[in-house]
Design a protein around this ligand. Sequence first.
Ligand code: SF4
Ligand code: SF4
Length: 180
Amino acid sequence: MLYFYNMEKRLEQLPKLAAEAKKENLKYFTNLKRKTPKNLDYVMQDLHEAEFKKTDCLECANCCKTTSPIFTDKDIERVAKHLKMKVAAFTNQYLQRDEDDFMVLKSAPCTFLDTTDNTCFIYDVRPKACAEYPHTNRKKFIGITDLTVENTAICPATYNIVEALKKSLPMVSNKKIRRK
Ligand code: SF4
Ligand code: SF4
């Protein structure tokens, strides 16, 4: 597993590392779906916690810089209220509908990211998708493995968590050993 202490270097290397690991990761998760260990969510929660003890999101913010969270109706109401704006005015100013019919930000990096220190102007009321990203500690993790593989190219912590998972729960080959 590759850990880089310098976040800039980690982010620079990430797309290449994620692309190289993608095929193996997809195959690994296909097998894991066929035979999902009962304790998978607990293993993931431990790996998630261990990784975020080492990775400081304030040094990174790559998710906020490069992708948009989905804004649910509740998110929109809560953030608009916080900004003392009407829902329609907030929506018109900041959001657009994507090809999957979800409301997302019009621009990246996120309008609410303070690029001087990577803090979020609306942290206490941020969208649920922001609060839960990168979802590696969520229940029924097995349902979001495709999304997780995609996230390995965006989130250096997710990349490391998946690498650690493959070591923690190695793929067991179904091949029988031939007796001579
Ligand atoms: S969740 Fe991942 S991509 Fe987002 S700031 Fe933290 S480490 Fe970076
Ligand atoms: S709302 Fe905050 S946490 Fe969410 S993407 Fe924007 S800056 Fe990041």
